[in-house]
Write a protein that binds this ligand. Structure first.
Ligand SMILES: [Zn+2]
Length: 225
Protein backbone atom coordinates (compact mmCIF):
# COMPACT_ATOMS: atom_id res chain seq x y z
CA UNK A 1 0.00 0.00 0.00
CA UNK A 2 1.26 3.51 -0.82
CA UNK A 3 1.91 6.05 1.95
CA UNK A 4 -1.10 8.07 0.72
CA UNK A 5 -3.36 5.01 0.86
CA UNK A 6 -2.20 4.13 4.37
CA UNK A 7 -2.83 7.69 5.59
CA UNK A 8 -6.34 7.68 4.08
CA UNK A 9 -7.06 4.32 5.70
CA UNK A 10 -5.90 5.51 9.10
CA UNK A 11 -7.95 8.74 8.70
CA UNK A 12 -11.08 6.70 7.97
CA UNK A 13 -10.17 4.39 10.84
CA UNK A 14 -10.13 7.35 13.24
CA UNK A 15 -13.46 8.69 11.93
CA UNK A 16 -14.98 5.21 12.18
CA UNK A 17 -13.74 4.57 15.73
CA UNK A 18 -15.11 8.00 16.79
CA UNK A 19 -18.48 7.35 15.13
CA UNK A 20 -19.24 3.77 16.22
CA UNK A 21 -19.96 4.42 19.94
CA UNK A 22 -22.51 7.10 18.93
CA UNK A 23 -24.55 4.96 16.54
CA UNK A 24 -27.25 4.02 19.13
CA UNK A 25 -27.53 7.67 20.21
CA UNK A 26 -27.87 8.86 16.60
CA UNK A 27 -30.46 6.12 16.01
CA UNK A 28 -32.56 7.34 18.94
CA UNK A 29 -32.15 10.96 17.74
CA UNK A 30 -33.46 9.91 14.31
CA UNK A 31 -36.42 7.99 15.81
CA UNK A 32 -37.44 10.87 18.12
CA UNK A 33 -37.03 13.41 15.27
CA UNK A 34 -39.16 11.30 12.91
CA UNK A 35 -41.79 10.64 15.60
CA UNK A 36 -42.06 14.36 16.44
CA UNK A 37 -42.45 15.26 12.74
CA UNK A 38 -45.14 12.55 12.34
CA UNK A 39 -47.11 13.75 15.38
CA UNK A 40 -47.00 17.43 14.36
CA UNK A 41 -48.14 16.56 10.83
CA UNK A 42 -50.93 14.33 12.18
CA UNK A 43 -52.07 17.08 14.56
CA UNK A 44 -52.04 19.67 11.76
CA UNK A 45 -53.94 17.51 9.28
CA UNK A 46 -56.48 16.65 12.03
CA UNK A 47 -56.97 20.45 12.24
CA UNK A 48 -57.64 20.53 8.48
CA UNK A 49 -54.28 22.02 7.46
CA UNK A 50 -54.02 20.74 3.86
CA UNK A 51 -51.40 18.11 2.96
CA UNK A 52 -48.89 19.12 0.27
CA UNK A 53 -46.35 17.15 -1.75
CA UNK A 54 -44.29 15.11 -1.82
CA UNK A 55 -41.89 16.93 -4.14
CA UNK A 56 -38.36 16.10 -5.30
CA UNK A 57 -35.56 18.63 -4.65
CA UNK A 58 -32.38 16.61 -4.98
CA UNK A 59 -29.84 19.37 -5.62
CA UNK A 60 -31.03 21.91 -3.07
CA UNK A 61 -31.24 19.12 -0.46
CA UNK A 62 -27.72 17.93 -1.26
CA UNK A 63 -26.22 21.44 -1.05
CA UNK A 64 -28.22 22.04 2.13
CA UNK A 65 -26.79 18.84 3.66
CA UNK A 66 -23.18 19.95 3.02
CA UNK A 67 -23.98 23.45 4.33
CA UNK A 68 -25.19 22.00 7.65
CA UNK A 69 -22.29 19.53 7.91
CA UNK A 70 -19.80 22.31 7.18
CA UNK A 71 -21.20 24.92 9.56
CA UNK A 72 -21.54 22.35 12.38
CA UNK A 73 -17.91 21.30 11.86
CA UNK A 74 -16.65 24.91 11.75
CA UNK A 75 -18.33 25.88 15.03
CA UNK A 76 -17.01 22.77 16.78
CA UNK A 77 -13.41 23.44 15.62
CA UNK A 78 -12.36 25.67 18.59
CA UNK A 79 -13.22 22.83 21.00
CA UNK A 80 -10.55 20.55 19.43
CA UNK A 81 -12.51 17.48 20.53
CA UNK A 82 -13.01 14.56 18.19
CA UNK A 83 -16.45 13.68 19.61
CA UNK A 84 -17.73 17.23 19.03
CA UNK A 85 -16.18 17.41 15.57
CA UNK A 86 -18.25 14.33 14.74
CA UNK A 87 -21.47 15.04 16.66
CA UNK A 88 -21.92 18.75 15.82
CA UNK A 89 -22.10 18.34 12.01
CA UNK A 90 -24.02 15.05 12.09
CA UNK A 91 -26.66 16.28 14.58
CA UNK A 92 -26.92 19.61 12.75
CA UNK A 93 -27.70 17.71 9.54
CA UNK A 94 -29.91 15.28 11.51
CA UNK A 95 -32.48 17.98 12.30
CA UNK A 96 -33.54 17.79 8.65
CA UNK A 97 -34.89 14.26 9.15
CA UNK A 98 -38.21 16.10 9.14
CA UNK A 99 -37.65 16.79 5.41
CA UNK A 100 -38.92 13.23 4.92
CA UNK A 101 -42.31 14.93 5.21
CA UNK A 102 -42.57 17.01 2.08
CA UNK A 103 -39.87 15.16 0.12
CA UNK A 104 -40.93 11.52 0.48
CA UNK A 105 -44.27 11.83 2.28
CA UNK A 106 -47.01 14.44 2.10
CA UNK A 107 -46.71 17.19 4.73
CA UNK A 108 -49.02 19.69 6.42
CA UNK A 109 -46.23 21.49 8.30
CA UNK A 110 -42.85 22.04 6.61
CA UNK A 111 -39.88 21.55 8.98
CA UNK A 112 -41.85 20.47 12.08
CA UNK A 113 -38.67 19.62 14.08
CA UNK A 114 -37.40 23.21 13.77
CA UNK A 115 -39.25 23.98 17.00
CA UNK A 116 -38.32 24.94 20.57
CA UNK A 117 -40.22 22.12 22.28
CA UNK A 118 -38.49 19.54 20.08
CA UNK A 119 -35.08 21.01 20.99
CA UNK A 120 -36.00 20.82 24.67
CA UNK A 121 -37.22 17.21 24.36
CA UNK A 122 -34.20 15.88 22.46
CA UNK A 123 -31.74 17.75 24.71
CA UNK A 124 -33.38 16.31 27.85
CA UNK A 125 -33.31 12.80 26.31
CA UNK A 126 -29.59 13.24 25.50
CA UNK A 127 -28.82 14.60 29.01
CA UNK A 128 -30.66 11.83 30.86
CA UNK A 129 -29.27 9.03 28.71
CA UNK A 130 -25.76 10.18 27.77
CA UNK A 131 -24.88 13.15 29.99
CA UNK A 132 -23.47 16.61 29.53
CA UNK A 133 -21.36 16.45 26.35
CA UNK A 134 -23.99 14.86 24.06
CA UNK A 135 -26.75 17.07 25.53
CA UNK A 136 -24.84 20.32 24.92
CA UNK A 137 -23.64 19.02 21.53
CA UNK A 138 -27.29 18.34 20.58
CA UNK A 139 -28.54 21.78 21.68
CA UNK A 140 -25.57 23.51 20.01
CA UNK A 141 -25.94 21.55 16.76
CA UNK A 142 -29.64 22.46 16.48
CA UNK A 143 -28.90 26.13 17.29
CA UNK A 144 -26.27 26.09 14.50
CA UNK A 145 -28.78 24.57 12.11
CA UNK A 146 -31.50 27.16 12.81
CA UNK A 147 -28.99 30.03 12.60
CA UNK A 148 -27.90 29.21 9.05
CA UNK A 149 -31.04 27.60 7.61
CA UNK A 150 -32.95 30.61 6.26
CA UNK A 151 -36.70 30.75 5.71
CA UNK A 152 -39.14 30.52 8.60
CA UNK A 153 -39.80 27.96 11.31
CA UNK A 154 -42.85 26.66 13.22
CA UNK A 155 -40.98 27.50 16.45
CA UNK A 156 -43.94 26.87 18.76
CA UNK A 157 -45.39 23.72 17.20
CA UNK A 158 -47.43 21.77 18.13
CA UNK A 159 -49.01 24.59 20.22
CA UNK A 160 -49.36 26.76 17.10
CA UNK A 161 -48.36 26.12 13.49
CA UNK A 162 -47.51 29.84 12.99
CA UNK A 163 -44.07 30.44 11.47
CA UNK A 164 -41.29 32.90 12.28
CA UNK A 165 -38.10 33.86 10.37
CA UNK A 166 -34.69 34.17 12.05
CA UNK A 167 -33.47 37.77 11.63
CA UNK A 168 -29.70 38.26 11.29
CA UNK A 169 -29.24 39.26 14.95
CA UNK A 170 -30.96 36.01 16.04
CA UNK A 171 -28.70 34.00 13.73
CA UNK A 172 -25.63 35.74 15.18
CA UNK A 173 -26.83 35.04 18.72
CA UNK A 174 -27.61 31.39 17.92
CA UNK A 175 -24.18 30.87 16.30
CA UNK A 176 -22.38 32.38 19.31
CA UNK A 177 -24.54 30.32 21.69
CA UNK A 178 -23.87 27.11 19.72
CA UNK A 179 -20.10 27.64 19.75
CA UNK A 180 -20.19 28.46 23.48
CA UNK A 181 -22.20 25.28 24.18
CA UNK A 182 -19.58 23.20 22.32
CA UNK A 183 -16.81 24.70 24.47
CA UNK A 184 -18.81 24.30 27.68
CA UNK A 185 -19.56 20.67 26.73
CA UNK A 186 -15.95 19.72 27.38
CA UNK A 187 -15.45 18.08 30.77
CA UNK A 188 -13.95 20.12 33.61
CA UNK A 189 -12.06 23.38 33.14
CA UNK A 190 -10.16 21.70 30.30
CA UNK A 191 -10.67 23.85 27.21
CA UNK A 192 -13.27 26.49 27.87
CA UNK A 193 -10.81 28.54 29.92
CA UNK A 194 -8.46 28.69 26.95
CA UNK A 195 -8.55 32.19 25.43
CA UNK A 196 -7.41 30.83 22.06
CA UNK A 197 -10.68 28.83 21.76
CA UNK A 198 -12.90 31.88 22.36
CA UNK A 199 -10.88 34.02 19.92
CA UNK A 200 -11.23 31.32 17.25
CA UNK A 201 -14.95 31.08 17.98
CA UNK A 202 -15.38 34.87 17.64
CA UNK A 203 -13.60 34.79 14.24
CA UNK A 204 -15.71 31.85 12.98
CA UNK A 205 -19.01 33.40 14.18
CA UNK A 206 -18.10 36.77 12.61
CA UNK A 207 -17.22 35.09 9.29
CA UNK A 208 -20.51 33.14 9.23
CA UNK A 209 -22.58 36.21 10.16
CA UNK A 210 -20.87 38.20 7.38
CA UNK A 211 -21.62 35.39 4.95
CA UNK A 212 -25.28 35.34 6.02
CA UNK A 213 -25.48 39.14 5.78
CA UNK A 214 -23.81 39.44 2.37
CA UNK A 215 -24.97 36.26 0.63
CA UNK A 216 -27.82 34.87 2.74
CA UNK A 217 -28.59 31.19 3.20
CA UNK A 218 -31.77 30.96 1.16
CA UNK A 219 -30.51 33.20 -1.69
CA UNK A 220 -27.41 31.06 -1.95
CA UNK A 221 -29.14 27.70 -1.71
CA UNK A 222 -32.26 28.54 -3.70
CA UNK A 223 -34.32 26.98 -0.96
CA UNK A 224 -38.02 27.48 -0.84
CA UNK A 225 -38.41 26.06 2.68
ZN1 LIG B 1 -33.51 22.70 8.31
Amino acid sequence: MTGEGARLRSWWGRVWSTAVPWIPFLGVFAIVAFAWASLVNLAASANHVPLVGPRVAFWSETIDAFWHLGTGFLLALPARDRRLLFLAPVLSLGLDIDHAFGLLLPASVPRPDHALLFILLITVVAALWKGRLPALATAGAIATHLAVDGGDFPLLDPVTMARWPFPLWASALALALAGALFLLALPGPRRWTVRRAWVELAVIVTALVLFLALVGPSAWLFLSN
